[in-house]
Write a protein that binds this ligand. Structure first.
Ligand code: FAD
Length: 129
């Protein structure tokens, strides 16, 4: 009989999810394929329904309906993610983050292989077309 699992708090879940979302945006290609644009919208859309805190999901749904994700370029998606996070921050009485600093806070994943080639870069639209 193992110990009972330690439940994750709403704050821990939020911080982990923002790491995922801002890193996803930082890694998003400047020239995404249509599939990548659909996928980015789908990830956000799914969170408005199955983010594992129902109140947060409902609340996030209002934010996304008022300001749908912009996914035409990496820069746009990064800016949208910062705006969406700030909308959550405002509603929780947290400080608003300066989106000019988002690129300094969130970077693409560091996963250069031994040969120096990045194994994390997503395919770029121009190369896949
Ligand atoms: P977090 O808000 O988790 O931020 C983590 C780090 O991100 C910060 O330390 C800062 O370095 C950076 N950051 C902050 N703002 C921005 C920004 N705009 N752009 C880029 N980087 C930024 N909690 C609730 O109680 N009620 C809710 O309704 C709710 N809804 C949520 C909806 C979603 C989709 C998510 C992902 C989380 C939600 N949360 C909600 C959790 C909440 O947003 C926080 O994650 C949690 O309160 C912990 O806050 P924190 O102060 O540690 O920093």
């Amino acid at each position: 009989a193992g110990a009972a699992p330690k439940p994750v708090t709403r704050e821990e879940l939020g911080r982990a999810t923002w790491v995922f979302l801002h890193t996803l945006a930082a890694q998003f290609p400047e020239r995404p394929t249509r599939q990548q644009q659909r996928d980015a919208r789908a990830v956000v859309d799914a969170l408005t329904r199955i983010y594992p805190c129902a109140d947060c999901a409902r609340h996030f749904n209002d934010i996304v309906r008022a300001d749908p994700p912009t996914v035409a370029t990496g820069r746009e998606f990064q800016a949208w993610m910062c705006r969406a996070h700030n909308a959550v921050n405002r509603s929780l009485g947290k400080p608003v983050f300066n989106c000019e600093l988002a690129a300094a806070r969130w970077a693409p994943l560091d996963c250069a292989d031994d040969d120096g080639r990045s194994g994390c870069d997503l395919a770029v639209g121009a190369e896949v077309a």
